[in-house]
Design a protein. Structure first.
Length: 225
């Protein structure tokens, strides 16, 4: 298990989050990539209130960041690409294959995730608001269009670029998992199978279990919950 207290690579994660976010907080991406790469890492846990200095590490006060010696990174996409650069298991070494894998990380973050998060925001944070009830159908249609595009591209391939798993798949699977409270992904059988293939990878399982174990350990008790 690459999670080691004194490892050179450090990431940040939350000590605890409410149940709707457990298993999808974005440090999962860093953990999963590090597990795939077989790189040891340690985790600095943060609470709901971050120390003001954290803004110097993450300008948006979010998780994750990654520190590795002189390299200090924020944004899960950049972090996963950095880890990919350290491991051919995640990112082809050069040429078109490398940049197509990187391109899919942008596609996940920029073409798919905003549409996905629109639905999540409505369902999780604003479900009771009148405007959200009116907006939901449109948001779902837009998300479905994005899912259909990915599904059509994927076809009967195992991963987005064929037989080989890359950081692009890692990012896409984690973006699609934000919809786990809906049936939207399972409406596309190949996309559903794609997400399940990602989740079945031992590296993903270890990453998920480590994130969830932290939340179990720090579950608020009594009135603080
Ligand atoms: N674009 C950023 C988004 C990071 C992000 O949204 N992190 C969430 C957890 S998944 C967070 O820290 N939320 C707390 C907050 O925004 O206050 C990335 O991909 O790293």
């Amino acid at each position: 298990m690459p999670m080691k207290p004194n490892a050179a690579i450090e990431i940040t994660a939350f000590r605890w989050v409410p149940e709707f976010a457990q298993g999808v907080v974005r440090d999962l991406r860093a953990r999963w990539a590090l597990e795939e790469a077989g790189l040891d890492y340690c985790v600095r846990l943060l609470g709901r209130e971050r120390p003001p200095e954290y803004l110097k590490e993450q300008p948006f006060d979010q998780v994750p960041i990654l520190n590795d010696g002189d390299v200090r990174l924020f944004e899960s996409g950049a972090i996963v690409q950095y880890i990919g650069d350290k491991s051919e298991a995640l990112l082809p070494r050069g040429g078109e294959a490398k940049y197509r894998a990187i391109g899919w990380t942008y596609a996940a973050l920029n073409s798919v995730e905003p549409a996905v998060l629109n639905v999540v925001l409505i369902d999780v944070f604003y479900a009771e608001q009148e405007w959200a009830k009116l907006r939901r159908a449109g948001a779902v249609d837009f998300a479905k269009l994005k899912l259909k595009r990915v599904s059509d591209w994927l076809g009967d391939k195992t991963w987005l670029e064929g037989d080989r798993f890359t950081i692009g798949d890692l990012m896409m699977v984690t973006s699609l998992r934000f919809l786990r409270h809906t049936d939207l992904v399972s409406e596309f059988a190949n996309l559903d199978a794609f997400v399940k293939r990602g989740e079945a990878r031992p590296a993903f399982q270890r990453a998920l279990e480590d994130q969830l174990a932290t939340f179990r350990e720090h579950e608020p008790k009594g009135e603080a919950a």
